[in-house]
Write a protein of this length. Structure first.
Length: 120
């Protein structure tokens, strides 16, 4: 996974964001790239999101766009109706639940099934 250090993307206060399979890592957290176990967990978390995108279409411009649309509407539903205006809305998104549950399992992607975020 390609990592780009940025002072703009993601917003201040966030460590990184995966945009179409490229990881944008906030410059002020660059020191965390030196902690190999931390870095592997974050990269694995984001690689799970890339796999989720590829479930929709292997060509990232299409698969990623579908992923982001579904992600946004699921977040919106959860922030309005399930966990009103709390951080729990983000953590309860199906894509995030899968990624957080398996981010420390570096072998997970080898056994992950298609659309696994909706199968558990």
């Amino acid at each position: 996974m390609k990592i780009i250090l940025s002072s703009i993307i993601p917003f201040k206060g966030y460590l990184c964001i995966n945009l179409y399979g490229t990881l944008y890592w906030r410059k002020e957290y660059a020191n965390k790239l030196n902690d190999e176990s931390y870095k592997k967990g974050v990269i694995n978390h984001e690689a799970i999101h890339t796999a989720q995108m590829e479930d929709f279409c292997k060509w990232k411009p299409i698969g990623g766009t579908i992923f982001y649309i579904i992600y946004f509407f699921e977040w919106l539903f959860r922030v309005l109706f399930v966990h009103p205006f709390s951080h729990e809305a983000y953590r309860s998104i199906s894509f995030e639940r899968e990624a957080y549950a398996h981010e420390k399992d570096l072998g997970y992607l080898a056994i992950r099934g298609r659309f696994a975020q909706w199968k558990s």
